[in-house]
Design a binder for this molecule. Structure first.
Ligand SMILES: [Zn+2]
Length: 80
């Protein structure tokens, strides 16, 4: 995982605010569901149902020009 460059504080009910630039980057809108994953480094949040535009996989999805891309396809594209 790489740092997103934002810090947030948890309020007394355990809530956080996802900064607008991150919501925009990952196309997260009001009432969207987020899926939580536990990783050795911490908690990973991902928009629920997001999968790679090329293979449909869901391994380590990152956004490329507004589209979800899995790590495997990203690696292949970088080696073209
Ligand atoms: Zn893929």
């Amino acid at each position: 995982m790489k740092p997103a460059g934002f810090l947030c504080k948890i309020d007394k009910l355990g809530r956080i605010v996802i900064p607008k630039p991150l919501r925009d980057k990952y196309n997260i809108q009001t009432d969207d569901a987020l899926e939580m994953f536990t990783e050795p480094e911490g908690i990973l949040l991902r928009k629920y149902g997001m999968s790679c535009i090329f293979c449909g996989g869901d391994d380590r999805i990152t956004m490329f020009k507004g589209k979800p891309l899995c790590q495997g396809c990203l690696d292949k594209l970088q080696n073209l």
